[in-house]
Design a protein around this ligand. Sequence first.
Ligand SMILES: NC(=O)c1ccc[n+]([C@@H]2O[C@H](COP(=O)([O-])OP(=O)(O)OC[C@H]3O[C@@H](n4cnc5c(N)ncnc54)[C@H](O)[C@@H]3O)[C@@H](O)[C@H]2O)c1
Length: 448
Amino acid sequence: MNHGEKNPVIATRRDFLKTSAIATGGAALIVPTGFSSSLFASGDDTIKVGLIGCGGRGTGAAGQALSTNGNVKLTAVGDAFPDNARGAIEGIKGGLGSKSDRVQVSPDKIFDGLDAYQKVLDSGVDLVILATPPGFRPIHFEAAVKAGKHIFMEKPVAVDAPGVRQVIEANKIAKEKKLKVGVGLQRHHQAGYLETIKRIKDGTIGDIVTLRAYWNGTTPWDPRKTREQCKTEMEYQVINWYYYNWLSGDHICEQHIHNLDVCNWVMGGQDAEAAYPVRASGMGGRQVRVDKKYGEIFDHHFVEYEYKSGARLYSQCRQMGGCWNSVSEHVHGTKGTSNPGGNIRGAGIDWDFKDKQKDAYQVEHDDLFAAIRKGTEYNEGDNGAYSSMTAILGRLCTYSGKEIAWDDAIASKVSLAPKSYTWDSEPPIKANAEGVYPVAVPGLSRVL
Ligand SMILES: NC(=O)c1ccc[n+]([C@@H]2O[C@H](COP(=O)([O-])OP(=O)(O)OC[C@H]3O[C@@H](n4cnc5c(N)ncnc54)[C@H](O)[C@@H]3O)[C@@H](O)[C@H]2O)c1
């Protein structure tokens, strides 16, 4: 990019950073706006929830939404597949115990297909939970904002730069409409992180020099169906979505985003532009999980990110059995070190967060629903988009083997999305005659 040029994307980022929640440390600002709770669809104080994407997390998030204080009902569900939509209803009820009557989904409000999201949005709900594979998130988020719904959306919120920009643009409208937007980066609602990061920002460990972040573990789930068991290639990839970048963004986006997001949170301060890396480089590949059934994603990534201050973040994510595992973040300052989830060492102190912590998955819903009821400002959408972009930047580096600047990455026009979304549509990635999908080759693959 020509740095003399005004880049509309970066202008957007700077505008946002002046006022965003990030400037206050990543937690959502709670500012009264006078937005009345009597605006709910039912005309009383009942918040009607619609669930889009009825898998493991969607089901869990719906249960958490229905466990918040006040009148709340699940009134509509939508999933690509009818069995998942129907199955979620019983699953959510089962998890709610004495509150199971909060699930009130009539048969005509159970939707399936790739257009189920729109039907849920049109069904008279006040809030939607977006918990499909993330490749669909920008489309679903934009449609939900257009429909004037409050939103809880899972991370990552996009898998490529055009998707990130789509979310940022839609989120501007969400703010104008005073819609509340929560993003499933639940560490922002976890007491240990909140207290420790406050102490880091108060200067307890001095200036931050280095960060380390890990999501090293094993394969979360194996492909669920074979190609022969699916009618079309689109169906096959959507069912096995984790292994296709246009759907998952690779595991650096899918899971490691949590740790990268914490590092961004730690780096954000009064100078909010400091919160996101300015450039990165990295390496990665597919060494153990090489069977063709594992689609196109890598099984390991190492990325070195550089922040505006010059601080470096060394990031590892690996999905291999029998290796050293860790899901954690570490911050090294001029006076001490910290695991921002709950301890500080050196600097003349040896401090651990010892209070009992509530389940952050529940707290993120408690906070979102409280903001809806009180009419206070609440929007985590931009941070969700920029932390998603941080993970995408990492993937662009490991796939290409190049050093890539944030400005160039976020301005990229390379879209991973298919041209259309029907079961007969062609997915953007195709296997060869042997059923093998192309995999990125560092040094050769072009990503921007
Ligand atoms: N915050 C967290 O800690 C956390 C934990 C787990 C998952 N997640 C996120 O939640 C999302 C879902 O993950 P999951 O584990 O529940 O996956 P999952 O595979 O269990 O569920 C996804 C569901 O979405 C459905 N679906 C796919 N495409 C759809 C479409 N276009 N429209 C409607 N439904 C569609 C699938 O059929 C499936 O039922 C992912 O983005 C994941 O990263 C977040």
